[in-house]
Design a protein around this ligand. Structure first.
Ligand SMILES: Cc1ncc(COP(=O)(O)O)c(C=O)c1O
Length: 390
């Protein structure tokens, strides 16, 4: 028996793993010290933070002291972009990014434009990929920073960040990558990516919400956004969220250990979902790269149907239409638009996000339910009625 409702929106957020919750609890009730205090309570908190820092660093193959804790990837992206731009503005005022970044990259870029920086928003191909050659061509003597995400939150496409990293290193330009959707799902080795700044978030990998990190390469400096007690090597002031950081560390430890098997399991469930829907329904198109994408992501357009209508009709299955973070807006997804997908197809898109706690039984239920609802909605679709003979 499948337990309802089914949560299949793991790119929006994930359930906190019970093992993560267990690891966090003592830091609310017993070990509640401030990690900056010198007494025993503080020391215990600091040890736990150090341990978590080491676990997070190990997952992405960097040194623990290069990890700066933040409140999540939105803050990490803001710190990387604004902090980097302000620190290096004497060397130039040009930033390069892509049209398919998360709003937490695009909006800081827009603000920097208002503050006098020039930003190039590179286009992507129909799979959502940016070309390293285009990055190389866009770099000018004024370029100080390139920001390209590792995995897209809507369509799951993986960007060629290692090739872009080699170009940036050669041209002596800083590279930031938003790895929020990638960690724990695919191997992220910052050394081989040659990235200087990497944004991470705990709640996408079965950790708590409200905590994240920015990897800052040795010798890279950032202008802080928050002024205060000078925590985190002066880059991010504020009392450390010890329990959340411990949870983030535990989530990274579990991800490191369980990722190969989990990624394979998610890929199998995702592929079965896709096959099952294709077998049952005509006019379903895949958005995103056919193989260079996250194992648990499936973004489909169901022609002749509004994604929102499908969402509302499927009361038992939690999925997203477009990006969860912008679901208040009725505009078609800017990511799908940038990929050249027509507005009516973009409007009919649904994102399924499979994760650790999904089962094959849930996938089978979802195939049946989506098939039923799509057939029903198509039977009353005005765009189909217009095409009907007579
Ligand atoms: C690619 C990407 N970057 C940044 C964010 C923002 O992360 P957070 O919720 O930790 O601020 C998200 C979350 O939706 C995301 O998917």
């Amino acid at each position: 028996m499948v337990r309802l409702p089914i949560y299949m929106d793991n790119q929006a957020t994930t359930r906190t793993d019970p093992r993560v919750v267990d690891a966090m609890l003592p830091f609310f009730t017993e070990d509640y010290g401030n990690a900056a205090s010198v007494h025993a309570f503080g020391q215990r908190a600091l040890e736990a933070v150090d341990e978590a820092r080491a676990g997070i660093a190990a997952l992405i193959n960097v040194a623990p002291r290069e990890i700066v804790f933040t409140s999540g990837a939105t803050e990490s992206n803001n710190l990387a972009l604004k902090g980097g731009a302000l620190m290096y503005r004497r060397q130039g005022n040009h930033i390069i990014t892509t049209q398919v970044e998360h709003r937490a990259v695009l909006d800081p870029c827009r603000r920097l434009e208002r503050d006098g920086f020039r930003v190039t928003y590179l286009p992507v191909d129909r799979f959502g990929c940016v070309s390293p050659d285009q990055v190389a061509d866009a770099i000018t003597p004024e370029t100080i920073l390139v920001s390209v995400m590792l995995a897209n939150n809507e369509v799951g496409t993986l960007q060629p960040v290692a090739s872009i990293g080699a170009i940036c290193k050669q041209r002596k330009v800083l590279l930031h990558t938003d790895a929020t959707q990638a960690i724990g799902k695919v191997t992220v080795d910052v050394e081989s990516l040659q990235a200087d700044l990497v944004s991470l978030s705990a709640h996408k990998i079965y950790g708590p919400k409200g905590v994240g990190a920015l990897y800052v390469r040795r010798r890279v400096r950032l202008e802080p956004i928050l002024d205060g007690g000078g925590h985190e090597r002066g880059m991010r002031s504020g009392t450390l969220a010890v329990a959340s950081i411990v949870g983030f560390g535990k989530a990274c430890e579990l991800a490191g250990r369980e990722m190969p098997a989990e990624a394979e399991r998610c890929r199998r469930m995702r592929d079965r979902l896709y096959e099952g829907l294709l077998d049952n329904l005509d006019d379903c198109t895949l958005n995103g790269h056919p193989d260079q994408r996250l194992p648990g992501n499936l973004n489909l357009s169901f022609v002749h149907i509004q994604g929102e209508a499908l969402l509302m009709a499927m009361k038992n299955i939690a999925v997203s239409s477009g990006s969860a973070c912008t679901s208040a807006s009725v505009e078609p997804s800017y990511v799908l638009r940038a990929m050249g997908i027509r507005d009516n197809l973009a409007h009919s898109s649904i994102r399924f996000g499979l994760g650790r706690f999904n089962t094959m039984e849930e996938v089978e239920f979802t195939i049946e339910e989506v098939t039923k609802v799509v057939r029903r909605l198509r039977a009353i679709s005005p765009s189909l009625a217009l095409q009907a003979p007579g």
